[in-house]
Design a protein. Structure first.
Length: 735
């Protein structure tokens, strides 16, 4: 066992105080880049090393599978014992584990399936069709949001007050959806948590069991918890339990997902936290970046309060550029990014952030024209790809043939001549018999059954194989026997899809090894070392696939410039960060101005964006922008006025917050400096200046090179694109 000194060496005083606190419940306010993951994992290792708790008495919950894996890896690096007996995972993952162990008490089948977002949407569409409800009247996605919002608030259909015909109908659809899921043995993501909460709330012996078991409950990203998640945690916290909550109220940006930043203040009050520890030393960013973030966030009134600082020095000031249009803004971003890469920065260490997805098109176009590699962060993950989801549908039917969502996806893909009319007859038979689509096949007569029988036989063959073959072998068999591999091989561009199907077999192999299933058949009940509950490899793998697909955190991409929304950037960091579109109505967004607390959340979002940068921070805005097919004239974001003047270097003269398209572009004084910090030279130009050419029209200076007769300027013209001109010949005029 490692010594206490080894565990604690290198921790700063607040980190050390948090790790070794033994007086009761603790709230840790962990600022951006302050080492919160190290504190959490070292806390668990310290508790174990001190003999204060056994591995089975620890529950640690976070929000992404990536964070959970990182936590497990760090703990295992510090402790000679394994982490299997600990409950470490996401809210959804831990609730799935609890429901699998107590499926009878939860009134679920042992093989219950997890619906990801798309599967849930498909189930709602089937429900609307069966109920004869027009999708125009009840859009499926809105019904989905209504159901999930209610569940995340801990409400069932019976709990909702129905006022007006629309509300009554939606509540009835909610109730019908719940009954449909119960009949099919399926749960969506929101249901995982709600069903687990209800299980603990109504089953006192089970609740007491877990309260006595989990003596130390640690919660990461506590600011992102919603109402139901907090209530779930309170049910698990017994009289002898200690809660250790780590979060940053200044980074609470997921209210649209139900996150309740007020949980932090509620926790401090309701649990009478013995200590509130602030982690304010930042190990990521230089001083000017942190000064900008601190000065901005102080304008929020509803916060617990902290002030980030660093011992790494002030670094470079943030650079702010105001462009005449979004096209010129994009060109400036691309040019600055090119200079960073030319000077040695890795493309993947440069991120371009925007508030709205609609802003990405012009940036992507500029990058494409410039030939710079880029990636839109947050593309389809492996388990979300169509070919992988098709294969998983066959595996889900193998595990549970009564899963109608998977049945509908798989029954005629690859095409088997099973048309819409056949499915309608089958759905009518299922509705009449109050059974699943698969079970209704036996009640179909005539030619219809002849088209469905081979599919039913295929599923039965896979179910037989599941009782004999290992998980990887079963996955490979399903891919081949279903015809998916052959189908994609015949497609013109199907090779990549075939490779993804092959990778699914590799994923099953790795999962079986990691979960210690050995050579057990896919449908066999396995009791793994250190665990009380039994689990079937196939059911566990399908749950893993659904949870991974629902994870909002994207994986590492290729070495290319990273484009993403500010929300997607949460939890990431980069050497250089561009924050674009800093105009009123865009950032802060229009919608926030009419919502209570909306502006403060937008400011927290800006705070998150700033604190993603390690060394360089670039800010930009456009006087005019093409959004949704219309030209929009911008007003500078109020956030720019809230930044400290000494930490921001403007490439354009500072003006008051007036409509940008109407304000005059003032010429700089003769002593103004260029973007590189040197004198403007005898040509009198500077980067960011508006100029006019007799042939090409108006443009903006992107780069200045050379001196004297060799002086050249790269200029982005509104109509002629980017040109490099020799200044002694071009005869440019100030616009």
């Amino acid at each position: 066992m490692l010594s206490v000194v080894r565990f604690l060496e290198g921790l700063n005083p607040p980190q050390l105080a948090a790790v070794t606190e033994s007086g009761g419940h603790v709230l840790v306010l962990a600022g951006a880049g302050s080492g919160k993951t190290r504190v959490l994992t070292t806390r668990i290792a310290w508790l174990m090393q001190q003999g204060r708790v056994g591995a089975a008495q620890i529950l640690a919950v976070t929000f992404t599978n990536k964070a959970a894996r990182e936590m497990i890896a760090r703990i295992e690096a510090m402790l000679p014992i394994g982490t299997r007996a600990m409950w470490i995972g996401t809210f959804h993952g831990l609730c799935n584990r609890m429901l699998r162990a107590h499926y009878r008490d939860a009134q679920l089948p042992s093989t219950f399936q997890i619906l990801d977002s798309q599967d849930q949407l498909s189930a709602i569409k089937r429900l609307l069709k069966t109920a004869g409800v027009d999708e125009v009247r009840c859009p499926p996605r809105e019904v989905q949001m209504f159901i999930n919002g209610a569940k995340e608030a801990g409400l069932r259909a019976r709990d909702l007050a129905s006022e007006g015909s629309r509300d009554r109908l939606w509540v009835e659809l909610f109730d019908a959806y719940d009954r449909q899921c119960q009949r099919e043995g399926a749960v969506d993501f929101a249901e995982l948590l709600l069903r687990s909460y209800e299980l603990l709330a109504r089953n006192e012996p089970l609740r007491l069991h877990y309260q006595q078991r989990f003596r130390h409950i640690l919660i990461d990203e506590f600011q992102d918890t919603n109402v139901l998640q907090y209530r779930w945690l309170k049910l698990l916290a017994g009289p002898e339990s200690t809660l250790f909550a780590v979060g940053d109220d200044d980074q609470s940006i997921y209210r649209f997902r139900g996150a309740n930043v007020g949980n932090m203040a509620d926790f401090e009050r309701e649990f009478a936290a013995s200590r509130v520890i602030k982690l304010e030393q930042n190990y990521r960013s230089f001083g000017h970046i942190l000064d900008a973030a601190n000065c901005l966030i102080r304008h929020n009134t509803q916060r617990l309060g902290k002030n980030l600082w660093t011992g790494a020095g002030q670094g470079e000031r943030a650079v702010l550029f105001e462009a005449d249009s979004d096209g010129l803004e994009a060109s400036w971003v691309v040019e600055q990014a090119r200079e960073l890469i030319d000077s040695g920065a890795r493309p993947s260490d440069v991120a371009v952030l925007y508030r709205s997805n609609a802003q990405s098109r012009i940036l992507e176009h500029a990058l494409f024209i410039a030939g710079l590699p880029y990636r839109v962060y947050g593309g389809l993950r492996f388990f979300e790809r169509a070919e992988v989801k098709n294969a998983l549908a066959y595996l889900r039917l193998t595990n549970n043939p009564y899963d109608d969502a998977s049945f509908v996806r798989a029954v005629n893909f690859p095409p088997r001549g099973i048309g819409a009319r056949t499915l309608e007859q089958l759905q009518d038979a299922a509705a009449a018999g109050r059974c699943s689509l698969y079970a209704a096949i036996g009640s179909i007569q005539g030619r219809t059954v002849a088209t469905l029988a081979p599919f039913a036989q295929l599923i039965e063959e896979l179910r037989t194989a599941a009782a004999e073959q290992t998980l990887p072998d079963l996955v490979a068999l399903a891919i081949q026997q279903s015809g998916l591999a052959a189908h994609y091989r015949q497609e013109r561009d199907g090779q990549e899809r075939v490779q993804n199907l092959e990778e699914l077999v590799n994923a099953a192999t790795g999962f079986a090894q990691e979960e210690a299933f050995g050579g057990a058949p896919a449908a066999a009940a396995v009791r793994r070392e250190g665990e009380q509950e039994q689990v079937e490899p196939l059911a566990a793998f399908l749950a893993h696939a659904s949870l991974e697909a629902g994870d909002n955190q994207a994986g590492q991409g290729q070495d290319a410039l990273q484009l993403m929304t500010v929300h997607s950037a949460k939890g990431l960091e980069f050497e250089a960060v561009f924050i674009t579109g800093l105009e009123e109505g865009l950032f802060p967004h229009d919608n926030s101005l009419s919502e209570g607390g909306g502006l403060e959340e937008e400011r927290r979002l800006m705070y998150v964006a700033i604190t993603r940068a390690r060394r360089r921070l670039f800010l930009s805005l456009a006087q005019s922008r093409l959004l949704h097919g219309q030209t929009r004239y911008g007003i500078r974001s109020r956030f720019l006025e809230e930044l400290p003047a000494e930490s921001v270097r403007w490439l354009a003269p500072r003006r008051s917050r007036t409509p940008a398209a109407l304000s005059a572009w003032a010429m700089p004084p003769p002593a103004a400096t260029s973007a590189a910090g040197g004198d403007t030279g005898h040509h009198g130009l500077r980067v960011g200046q508006l100029v006019r050419h007799s042939k090409f029209g108006d443009g903006v200076v992107l780069r200045l090179q050379g001196a004297g007769a060799d002086a050249r300027a790269q200029i982005q013209f509104s109509s002629a694109g980017t040109k490099e001109l020799l200044l002694s010949v071009a005869k440019l005029e100030a616009a």
